[in-house]
Design a protein around this ligand. Structure first.
Ligand code: ADP
Ligand code: MG
Length: 278
């Protein structure tokens, strides 16, 4: 492969909203046989909304007060829901602490409030499932008092893009920190068989390594801080354009269009470029 021809390939990618870190990236698109897809913000829009609240009146207000310190899409959705419900100012929070992939905690009006996965708040595992939705449990002074149910829309282009990726010979795998039920729902709606759910942020990279140990050549698409290490570990890392800077830095390729069809385009275009110059 002549460097000039490779550069022409990368230039053509840029025209289609695919930013390639360097011409050497094209080479790895030839051998990838597996594509690991982060769920939230990649296959789905990542713009969550609270669809129902269960528990005493103060649940949403308390949860929102704590989540005000969080940058997680779940936190942003809860704060927005509380603002829409009353618009009054949220109570102050002290001792805020966020635990990535698990939840947040803080002191509100003298009470300890935990918002997050079932085991984080001390809830029974089943309490974090609800018809395929993302669910967070809320504990006040170590008592599980309620749940917030959130919905996230699947990107309209995801199903078609996943079918195209399959035609390119890639096996899609859905990877998420969310509950297995919610993950399955998204997988079924988009035509993915293989699901790895309830994975802690630090373990996403190990999941990619494990697939590589099985002999698979892995592409990974992600958007979050949580995905950065896995994107770097993957044989080909693709970041969503609207994703966090750390994810974009860790990736080999950035999808400016911010949808999965760009991932399929990127692989097809790269392979075509390699064929032309061989
Ligand atoms: P994903 O892999 O889908 O991007 P994360 O790893 O960020 O998800 O989070 C996994 C799970 O941890 C969430 O589904 C939620 O139950 C819990 N969680 C993480 N951050 C928060 C937060 N700020 N508030 C409540 N729950 C949270
Ligand atoms: Mg994500």
């Amino acid at each position: 492969a002549t460097p000039t021809a490779l550069l022409v390939g990368t230039g053509r990618g840029a025209q289609r909203g695919i930013l390639i870190k360097g011409p050497e990236v094209l080479e790895s698109t030839r051998t990838v046989d597996t594509i690991v897809l982060d769920k939230t913000g990649t296959v789905t829009t990542g713009r969550l909304a609270v669809v129902s609240t269960e528990g005493p009146d103060e649940i949403l207000r308390y949860a929102a007060a704590v989540e005000a310190g969080s940058e997680h899409p779940i936190g942003r959705a809860i704060v927005a829901a509380a603002a829409a419900a009353r618009g009054e100012r949220l109570p102050a929070v002290t001792d805020f602490r966020a635990t990535p992939g698990r939840g947040v905690r803080g002191i509100v009006e003298g009470r300890e409030v935990l918002v997050g996965r079932a085991e984080f708040t001390g809830a029974a595992p089943g309490q974090a499932e609800h018809g395929g939705h993302t669910v967070v449990t809320v504990a006040i002074d170590q008592d599980v008092r309620g749940r917030l149910v959130l919905a996230d829309d699947i990107r309209p282009s995801s199903r078609e893009a996943i079918a195209t990726l399959r035609r390119l010979g890639l096996r899609p795998v859905l990877l998420t920190g969310d509950n297995a039920d919610a993950a399955r729902q998204v997988a079924d709606a988009t035509g993915i068989d293989e699901v790895i759910a309830e994975v802690l942020p630090a373990d996403k990279v190990d999941t990619v390594k494990r697939l590589q140990d099985e002999g698979r050549v892995v592409a990974m698409v992600g958007d979050g801080v949580n995905d950065a290490a896995a994107l770097a570990q993957a044989d080909l890392g693709l970041a969503m354009g609207a994703g966090t800077d750390v994810a974009i830095e860790a990736a080999d390729l950035t999808l400016v269009r911010d949808d999965l069809t760009a991932a399929a385009d990127a692989i097809r275009l790269s392979r075509r470029t390699l064929r032309v110059i061989k």
